[in-house]
Ligand binder design. Structure first.
Ligand SMILES: Cc1cc2nc3c(=O)[nH]c(=O)nc-3n(C[C@H](O)[C@H](O)[C@H](O)COP(=O)(O)O)c2cc1C
Length: 229
């Protein structure tokens, strides 16, 4: 078979089985496994093959210190330092509704009432300890590329998460961390001239945690597709 021929592979299971895990077992992921995940994800496509991503992997003591610094900063109301704007200033429908549904499901799984702001805030803070995941991947993008680089980074993020599924690992992509690149930089040295786009928590999912046992929904194909023949 030539290199350009392809045989069908089971991509569907990987895509359907990925979900955002927010509770992890207290069991490390060895660096070699993370390297294998990145070795797969590096085959992501990017415009002109620029591959504008750069990853910092934090495990062990560094991951612990990172969680501590971020949680303390956010808990004390420390300032944000985002290098790009991820969310809109004003949410409009249908995105507002979808965002609300996502929150209701998440807090519902955690048994938190809508009106319990304190419990919601504590649950939100778990982001900054990477939900207890033993590994945190910080995905940066070079500043020497246009806005299209964000599409490339999206490709890469999904590839990392699918490759992790293939190893039995679970992940949670986290824009929350990208609001605090300055705090991250107090713990480790980020690549120069790069912006922090997203983090990915990675580890072995806790199968018994209710927060890992709900699945979000998606709109049907015909709600986001127009067909012309
Ligand atoms: C770029 C990106 C950033 C995200 N940031 C966060 C985050 O900061 N915290 C969080 O708990 N989930 C975050 N998520 C997870 C989304 O809430 C989740 O993907 C969505 O609700 C769909 O659920 P699923 O991933 O379980 O299929 C993020 C997802 C993406 C793609």
């Amino acid at each position: 078979m030539s290199e350009t021929e392809t045989t069908p592979v089971d991509v569907e299971s990987a895509i359907r089985n990925r979900y955002s895990a927010r509770a992890f077992l207290d069991r490390p992921v060895d660096t070699e496994t993370i390297r294998e995940v990145l070795d797969i994800a590096r085959w992501s496509p990017s415009g002109v093959n620029a591959q504008p991503w750069n990853v910092v992997v934090a495990t062990g003591e560094t991951r612990r210190r990172l969680g501590e610094a971020l949680t303390a900063h956010v808990r004390s109301g420390g300032p944000e330092s985002s290098q790009y704007s991820y969310y809109p200033e004003e949410w409009t429908e249908p995105y507002l509704g979808r965002r609300r549904a996502c929150g209701f499901q998440l807090y519902g799984a955690l048994g938190i009432e809508r009106s319990d702001y304190e419990a919601r805030s504590e649950a939100m803070l778990r982001n900054f300890d990477f939900f207890g995941a033993p590994a945190a991947l910080l995905v940066y993008m070079t500043d020497h590329i246009g806005g299209g680089g964000m599409a490339d980074i999206g490709m890469f993020l999904q590839s990392v998460m699918l490759a992790a599924v293939g190893k039995g690992l679970a992940t949670c992509p986290q824009a929350a961390i990208a609001f605090y690149p300055d705090v991250v930089a107090t713990v480790l040295e980020p690549p120069a001239d790069h912006s922090l786009i997203c983090a990915i928590s990675m580890g072995w999912p806790d199968p018994d945690a209710p927060v890992n046992n709900f699945r979000t929904e998606r709109v049907e194909v015909d709600e986001f597709t127009l067909w012309y023949d």
